[in-house]
Design a protein around this ligand. Structure first.
Ligand SMILES: Cc1ncc(COP(=O)(O)O)c(C=O)c1O
Length: 325
């Protein structure tokens, strides 16, 4: 029976299992935060993936790439450094496919991340909190070079082309299916996979008509999931020449804009999405017309215990900017 007003796309498809259902995320317009009607801002809601982040795409690509290359077989232990989301995605996928998983993660991430990893059966190795995600990378590389190294397969999202390819062959194609024109694409810079994969595909399609813009945290003001290139580690998958601009965002602005997404648009997102939205709105205000697409990398559930959604704004103003949310 046809229902009036119901578009023929709302079910999201049919899949053999939850891993296959990754991707196909909605593109949602920000009508209230947009500075002018002639420029439309679109949020690609990667928070709508099975474990709530963009990293489901990447984790699937990393594991399936290793399977296709014959690099992993039944029961192979997977080892990966992550600030949280990739670990959670790998934990779900490895549990589903039967691979034991060890995740190296900074000790000061929110407790929700630890609970989620434990829930999916991953083993956690903590790295020094003050070193952020670089400390996790360092420790995982040491472990893979150590005496037990040969028992691990490390997908290493920072240096594995399967990471940007998940976007080149997934996220970007979904955006192109919906929009005939994109003036700017804005994303956070963590491993660089989102920016590289989408950037490459969108440049191939629109040439210099599309600007690829990175939201970067200020040095010394960590935003969970993002990195400052000035901290000294440039992931091998990053080709800086693909980026048209890098715009810095303070920790405080990231939180303020996470709240704006929630209160003005009803989008419950993680803190990096606040930073990215802030940059998307700034880029939109500089354009006369066109579409600006930005990536909501994850949802807000994992950050609830930090109080960022509910604490009075005056307290947010006084936040210790070096706290790693
Ligand atoms: C919350 C969050 N935002 C943004 C990013 C950045 O994505 P990418 O690694 O593709 O640069 C990440 C990556 O870890 C993340 O966890």
């Amino acid at each position: 029976m046809a229902l009036d007003g119901l578009r023929n796309k709302p079910t999201g498809g049919r899949y053999a299992d939850v891993v296959e259902s990754i991707g196909n995320t909605p593109l949602v317009e920000l009508q209230r935060l947009s500075p002018k009607p002639s420029v439309r801002i679109w949020a690609k809601l990667e928070s709508r993936n099975p474990t709530g982040s963009v990293k489901d795409r990447v984790a699937r690509a990393l594991i399936e790439d290793a399977e296709e290359k014959g690099a992993i077989g039944e029961g192979q232990t997977i080892l990966e450094p992550t600030s949280g989301n990739t670990g959670i995605s790998l934990a779900m996928i490895c549990a589903r496919k039967g691979y034991p998983l060890k995740v190296v993660m900074p000790e000061n991430v929110t407790p929700e991340r630890t609970r989620l990893l434990e829930m999916f059966g991953a083993q956690i190795v903590y790295s020094e909190g003050s070193k952020g995600s670089n400390g996790a990378v360092e420790l995982a590389l040491q472990m893979s070079a150590g005496p037990d190294g040969s028992s691990y397969y490390m997908p290493y999202q920072y240096g594995n082309e399967a990471n940007p390819n998940a976007h080149y062959n997934g996220t970007a194609l979904e955006i192109l299916e919906e929009l005939d024109e994109v003036s700017a694409f804005v994303a956070g810079l963590g491993t660089g996979g989102t920016l590289m994969g989408n950037g490459r595909r969108l440049k191939e399609t629109f040439g210099d008509g599309v600007k690829i813009v990175a939201a970067e945290p200020m040095q010394g003001e960590p935003v969970q999931g993002l990195r400052s290139l000035d901290d000294g580690f440039i992931p091998p998958i990053i080709d800086l020449s693909l980026l048209d601009r890098k715009i810095f965002v303070t920790n405080r602005d990231a939180i303020l804009w996470t709240r704006k997404l929630l209160h003005e648009e009803g989008i419950f997102a993680g803190v990096s999405s606040g930073a990215i939205a802030r940059v998307a709105v700034r880029i939109a205000s500089e354009l006369d017309e066109g579409n600006v697409v930005f990536v909501v990398a994850d949802d807000g559930w994992k950050y609830l215990s930090s109080g960022i959604y509910t604490r009075p704004l005056e307290e947010i103003e006084d936040l210790d900017a070096t706290v790693w949310w």
